[in-house]
Design a protein around this ligand. Structure first.
Ligand SMILES: [Zn+2]
Length: 479
């Protein structure tokens, strides 16, 4: 209701302003062409950029491309020297993890899988004790103090209760194997190797406790070697007396964790308003995506080469008309969105130290497809119900165009207000509007490719975004 009153007032206000006063001329939209939009997506979503995973070589290529575009459009670097707003994140990976027994060395993710997140450094040197199926009654009768326990279990992902039991008895680590199903071990190997194809990256330095539980999965045949007893015989040894008679070989376990800083960058340039001012409209789009897994590249044509292409194209269009702007427009191509809005959060936190007073953020994330609900000529406005004034401005901007505008997007993932970069600004109380054309079955799949982008629909959306930003840059309209 409040929104409709605002829109009514704003509409009346705008109809009283004549076109001369507003000076939003059709010719301003001329740089927003399908050819221009396609050109940038072709580069950003190409295989050579390998899915633009944050801090990867492909993403660095994307960063160069955007920087060169900003530079050739003669945007001002955000801090007057560089378009790169670089900052450190943290990545971690395992060092050389191994189980050693005599000359036998089991290598992580090949011959064994370390299933815990607790670093082992220096190595654990200890006797290994076979504990059968590891029930309470068996574990209660064995001496496990300072030792490594080895259990046969039926499911390699259900080891928590055994882990608790052996830790209560002072054991340093657990080795598990499924004697009935080697396939399960092979699947585990496949699974970790596909997950490990991406680096683990965080905003803050991650910490890991050396005192947490430590569990290794191996093939059942390793028990045969350690305890000099056949796999089949071991399967049936579950009484503590017999278990105590088995050898207790000395083994070594190691798994150091390596944590290091890794640099990434937002690309930031701006157009100065006609008169010097700190008041600024921030237009953002993330240029990172989810990279590749093995040989499979996630091109991310819609997510979010579409938004990034729109960002560059809008910069081109606005660069023709700085004399029409009461406010600066800052173009922000963010990094690390897929990892948790890292680049946007960094910008929003640093922004207070820059000479920009951010009046609003317009974020563009996935605007190149048509969903099954509206088919075409529509746009979702994320945050519209929180910020009715921006919603109204967008609706006024839309009057001649008649895209169907939806407040919010409420399917699948809950509220989208915290699911893209606009959230970093919303969190700080800065009004936001997120432009979005909806989810589709290619979302975060290798099939999010340029051939599926609907350029006709995308062009109309970018034109509307242009008009909305134009109005938001007029002090008579957005106070
Ligand atoms: Zn996205």
């Amino acid at each position: 209701m409040r929104g409709s009153i605002v829109i009514l007032i704003l509409s009346l206000f705008l109809t009283h302003l004549n076109a001369q006063e507003l000076e939003l001329k059709e010719e301003y939209l001329e740089p927003i062409t399908k050819t221009e939009l396609r050109k940038h997506i072709e580069i950003l979503a190409s295989d050579s950029l390998e899915g633009r995973f944050t801090a990867s070589e492909g993403q660095i290529k994307a960063a160069h491309y955007i920087k060169n575009q900003f530079s050739s459009l003669q945007l001002h670097p955000y801090n007057d020297t560089t378009f790169y707003q670089s900052f450190n994140m943290w990545q971690w990976h395992w060092g050389k993890c191994a189980i050693s027994y005599g000359d036998t060395i089991l290598v992580n993710n090949e011959d064994m899988v370390y299933q815990s997140y607790s670093p082992i450094e220096p190595a654990i040197e200890a006797k290994c004790v076979f504990i059968g199926n590891g029930t309470d009654s068996i574990v209660a009768q064995l001496n496990l103090e300072g030792k490594v326990a080895f259990a046969y279990i039926n499911n390699l992902s259900r080891y928590y209760s055994i882990n608790r039991l052996i830790r209560n008895k002072g054991a340093k680590a657990l080795i598990i194997a499924n004697p009935n199903n080697d396939e399960q071990f092979n699947r585990l190997i496949q699974q970790v190797n596909s997950d490990n194809s991406q680096q683990k990256i965080f905003k803050d330095r991650p910490s890991f406790s050396a005192y947490s539980s430590k569990t290794f999965a191996v093939k059942a045949s390793f028990a045969e070697l350690l305890f000099e007893t056949s796999e089949d015989d071991l399967l049936y040894i579950n009484d503590p007396k017999t278990l105590k008679k088995l050898p207790t070989p000395s083994i070594s376990l190691s798994c150091p964790i390596i944590i290091e800083p890794i640099e990434t960058q937002n690309i930031v340039g701006y157009i100065k308003a006609k008169e010097p001012t700190e008041e600024t409209i921030v237009v953002s789009a993330h240029y990172d995506h989810i990279g590749k897994k093995g040989k499979n590249i996630y091109n991310g044509a819609d997510d979010n080469a579409s938004g990034t292409s729109a960002l560059i194209t809008l910069a081109k269009a606005f660069q023709n008309i700085p004399e029409k702007l009461d406010r600066n427009i800052l173009f922000l191509a963010t990094t690390g969105e897929e990892l948790g809005l890292l680049g946007a959060l960094h910008f929003a936190e640093q922004q207070k130290q820059l000479p920009f007073e951010v009046k609003a953020n317009f974020n563009i994330d996935m605007i190149g497809r048509n969903d099954s609900i509206d088919k075409e000529n529509y746009l979702y406005l994320i945050g519209a119900s929180h910020y009715p004034l921006l919603d109204s401005i967008c609706r006024v901007a839309n009057q001649s165009d008649s895209l169907t505008l939806h407040k919010e997007y409420k399917r699948g993932y809950g509220s989208f207000i915290n699911l893209s970069d606009h959230y970093a600004f919303h969190k700080q109380g800065i009004p936001i509007l997120g432009f979005f054309s909806g989810l589709h079955t290619d979302y975060h799949q290798t099939s999010d490719t340029i051939d599926k982008i609907e350029f006709e629909a995308m062009q109309k959306r970018v034109e509307l975004i242009f008009r909305t930003i134009f109005l938001a840059c007029q002090t008579e309209i957005l106070k």
